[in-house]
Design a protein around this ligand. Structure first.
Ligand code: BGC
Length: 608
């Protein structure tokens, strides 16, 4: 499986520095009673931990909620909205101007309506412009907002300078990408269910957003009409298909978050009277509303209580760009009360949403010894003065919150893939599947991206990796003398694996074969005096080849330690790992010639 960044990019997080409600003006407060930082921090780390079993639970719950949401409207937190996009572009685009509305971003661009050329030629030109939606319009009336969008479109269309002519009498067709939950009634109509991401525009919820835009365009005298309404995830999936036919899922991780995927229509029980010639349709999951089994803290709960949509969009509030900075700010305020930043608490630190996700990302990129950039960002934005140890704590807090969010996002992706695979075996696992990723958070926060990808690999690793998963060398008493894992596992999971493998091989009757099933894989083991060498491989792999591989390893050890014994391994563990790396790398057998390995080890020894 590969995870790609879809094009085009959708810009940075545009989060207002100070959203509504919850805006209090604090004077410089003096902390009342000193509390120690350590327990606050330990508790935070503990509550935000996302070990593999928790991620598995989240992935399973995501898959189960998807099913429930497909069965009946309101069946789960996930709305599982029909997109009415049943076939993905294969060479003809009728979208002329692409309008994207997100938290303050408008991105119109041109697509060629006629080109049937290769993938590179399908889009003859794109013009791209971002228009920030003024903050007051986020809380104003529906008319004002849509008038603003229509006038932006008008200005944009005027700039094209006659490059794109349409036959007279034909209105320009607009694809309208609307990044809020909409109950679609057809490809060109949909009712806004509710606003998210801090928007609270009056008079739009319950209305057809296409009608809202068409009316605004009429008011402005524009010769355009909306011919397709899509969620931004659906736009990402369709766009990514231009470049790669294996795209099956699209995920947005920006100010808000969401995912869509290609679903078989026969698995959608709530689908009535909607025919799809392809037998497939894109489902907009609206996964931001997911809430099952998430590891939440008091900081999340308090942020949710103070939000304009309490109790809603809990997944979004835990993993997306609009909220990560705010959660960190709430934690910093708490540790400021414990005296981490001196005796007083700056007023700015008490201002909701003053610390934004791009700020915490910038702090996490500071690799200097004195964390100078962290110090100045903290001071400029929150008024906090810090010494080195305080800055280190701040970085740890950012990392904890970002790691939790990104790993949960990874688990969500695996949940979707799992659901697709369960319905059509072989559709996802065992072949290339591409997840198109978009959104500023994913694009501009390297740690977020890395943690997310790690979580996906951890969850799928055991499923998709075909090679050696781990090799263990254990004595009869269960002491592990060497452990090399080629799939990422949490420490607690490794302990479990070692315990289980030891019990399995030590207690097995010597009359039985040296191959034994282990979870969804198999272990090939061999005993040499009091030591057990165990390899975990795929169920279909050739057992004899791996038995030979173990024996080769022992022969090389013998060569180096002249009749190897357990103590040699204990005292020369670094050499043992070196030898192992010479013939197994990244779970793949590299070399089977004893002579070649011994020669190479000789070369390495000369270098020492
Ligand atoms: C909205 C989704 C949207 C996502 C990403 C969420 O708040 O509910 O419709 O796709 O943000 O923009």
């Amino acid at each position: 499986m590969s995870v790609i960044g879809a094009s085009p990019a959708v810009g940075l997080f545009c989060v207002p520095r100070s959203p509504p409600r919850d805006i209090h003006r604090f004077r410089m407060a003096v902390r009342s009673s000193a509390v120690s930082v350590a327990p606050i921090f330990t508790k935070l780390k503990h509550e935000c931990a996302t070990p593999l079993p928790l991620l598995r639970h989240v992935a399973d719950a995501m898959a189960a909620d998807m099913r429930a949401g497909l069965a009946v409207d309101g069946g789960s937190d996930l709305k599982m909205i029909l997109s009415y996009v049943d076939s993905l572009p294969t060479g003809y685009v009728c979208i002329y101007v692409y309008m994207y509305v997100s938290s303050g971003i408008g991105v119109p661009c041109h697509f060629d309506p006629n080109s049937l050329g290769g993938k590179q030629e399908r889009v003859i030109d794109t013009e791209f412009e971002q228009v920030s939606i003024p903050q007051e319009l986020m809380f104003g009336t529906s008319e004002d907002l849509f008038d603003f969008i229509a006038s932006g479109l008008d200005k944009f269309a005027r700039k094209e300078g006659g490059k794109f002519y349409l036959p007279s009498g034909r209105k320009r067709e607009i694809g309208f990408t609307f990044s809020f939950p909409v109950r679609q009634t057809s490809i060109d109509s949909g009712i806004l269910i509710k606003w998210t991401k801090g928007f609270a525009v009056s008079g739009t919820a319950g209305r057809d957003v296409v009608a809202c835009l068409n009316e605004a365009m009429e008011r402005q005298g524009l010769d355009m009409r909306v011919s397709a309404l899509v969620n931004d995830t659906v736009g990402t999936l369709a766009g990514a298909r231009y470049w790669d036919d294996d795209v099956m899922v699209a995920v947005i991780l920006g100010t808000g978050t969401n995912a869509c995927y290609v679903e078989r229509t026969d698995t959608i029980a709530k689908l009535q009277g909607h025919d799809s010639s392809s037998g497939r349709t894109i489902i907009n999951t609206e996964w931001g509303a997911f809430s099952n089994g998430l590891p939440l803290t008091v900081f999340d709960r308090e942020m949710d209580d103070a939000s304009i949509n309490p109790g809603e969009q809990i997944f979004e509030k835990t993993i997306s760009g609009m909220y990560l900075g705010e959660i960190v700010r709430r934690v910093l305020l708490k540790i400021a009360e414990a005296g981490t930043f001196g005796d007083s608490i700056p007023e700015k630190l008490s201002t909701p949403f003053v610390l934004r996700t791009p700020d915490i990302s910038a702090m996490q990129q500071d690799n200097s010894d004195d964390l100078k950039a962290v110090g100045s960002i903290l001071y400029d934005i929150t008024g906090v003065e810090s010494n080195l140890s305080a800055r280190k704590i701040v970085i740890e807090v950012c990392d904890t919150i970002v790691k939790r969010g990104s790993r949960l996002a990874g688990a969500g992706i695996v949940g979707i893939l799992q659901k697709m695979e369960e319905d059509s075996q072989g559709l996802i696992f065992g072949k290339r599947t591409v997840v198109a990723m978009d959104g500023g958070l994913y694009e501009h926060y390297p740690q977020y991206r890395r943690y997310l990808q790690d979580a996906v690999t951890e969850l799928l690793g055991l499923e998709i990796s075909k090679n050696i998963r781990f090799i263990l060398l254990q004595n009869r008493q269960g002491k592990t003398r060497l452990a090399k894992y080629y799939v990422p596992l949490e420490d607690s999971e490794k302990h479990k694996v070692e315990y289980e493998v030891h019990r399995l091989v030590v207690n097995r009757d010597p009359k039985f074969t040296n191959f034994v099933e282990f979870r969804t894989h198999k272990v090939i083991y061999r005993r040499y005096a009091g030591l057990f060498f165990s390899l975990c491989v795929d169920i279909t792999d050739n057992e004899l080849a791996y038995l030979e591989c173990i024996h080769l390893f022992v022969e090389i050890l013998d060569h180096f330690f002249s009749n190897v014994c357990e103590l040699d391994l204990v005292f020369n563990f670094h050499k043992v790992y070196l030898i192992l790396d010479e013939f197994i790398l990244a779970g793949e057998l590299q070399e089977t010639s004893k002579k070649a390995i011994i020669e190479r080890m000789g070369e390495l020894e000369k270098l020492e």
